[in-house]
Design a protein around this ligand. Structure first.
Ligand code: PXL
Length: 271
């Protein structure tokens, strides 16, 4: 059977901890046909980001148009969009129904605390792209910025999720990895409002790329036809497994790793 096509529209992290290289790893591990449109090149390693270079002009639009004319994705996820124009472009394709089921990871603040979107980009995410997606997956800081409600406990998380649903997101999953205690996620859709308990694996900000991995896995499961609720739960399990298997290829943050897919001796996969 042909693999199901799925698309990441995100930034390029040369160290492969976050961004499109991380997303492609997830798509591969789950047996999908992963594709990627680049929105920005970054200069970074596992310890620091030294540059973010958004692509100029209509380069994002042309990449998407050319790609999906040939291979329409069953689902797509967005990561770092890096410019207001790129957000508008993605929203236009989504409104036309050409991206498949859409997961928006509203990359505004990274785990290391770095600002990854300017005000215009964050505003366009809130005003335009939220209304086009099946699920948005903000971390605590991003949920605060998108909703205007500081998320400090379960009550404020619920209020923030409701604001994002009013802004048009069909589903909201506020990821709890940055809570000081247990990493409880909040999932709100038309069907449910559920706090998803998780296990803390390592420190709160010890990993790089966890949010990318989580949203890519959700898009992958959606591409395979799972409901939003099932996709989020499966992606959470996969994320926990990858955190347990994390590696430290450089001197900085650890990278979630799914080295459990392929048996190199037999060339068989266990997924
Ligand atoms: O984790 C957020 C993120 C997403 N995409 C790219 C990044 C980062 C954080 O550094 O570099 C390309």
């Amino acid at each position: 059977m042909e693999p199901v096509p799925v698309l990441s529209i995100a930034g390029f992290d040369p160290a492969a901890g976050a961004g499109i290289l991380a997303d492609i790893r997830v798509f591969n591990a789950l047996g999908l046909y992963g594709m990627a449109v680049v929105t920005a090149v970054t200069a970074q390693n596992t310890a620091e980001i030294t540059g973010v270079y958004p692509l100029e002009g209509d380069t994002v639009t042309t990449q998407i148009e050319t790609l999906i004319t040939d291979i329409p994705p069953a689902a797509a996820k967005t990561g770092m969009l890096a410019s207001e124009a790129a957000v508008g472009t993605v929203a236009a394709f989504a409104i036309e129904g050409r991206l498949g089921r859409l997961v928006v990871d509203p990359v505004i603040v990274s785990s290391s605390g770095a600002g990854l979107a300017d005000e215009g980009t964050a505003g366009a995410l809130r005003e335009t792209l939220l209304g086009c997606c099946e699920l948005v997956t903000p971390n605590l800081g991003e949920a605060g910025l998108l909703s205007g409600i500081e998320v400090v406990d379960r009550e404020s998380a619920m209020a923030a999720a409701q604001v994002m649903r009013k802004l048009g997101a069909a589903g909201v999953c506020i990821t709890g990895g940055h809570w000081p205690g247990a990493p409880t996620d909040l999932l709100v859709t038309a069907e449910e409002s559920t706090f998803l308990e998780g296990k803390r694996i390592g420190g709160e900000r010890a990993y790089h790329g966890t949010g990318c991995l989580f949203s890519a896995a959700i898009a992958a499961y959606m591409a395979l036809g799972e409901s939003t609720g099932a996709s989020v739960r499966k992606a959470k399990k996969l994320t926990e497994a990858a955190l347990r298997g994390s590696i430290r290829p450089g001197k900085g943050m650890a990278i979630p790793w799914m080295g459990f897919g392929l048996n190199r001796e037999t060339s068989e996969t266990n997924l």
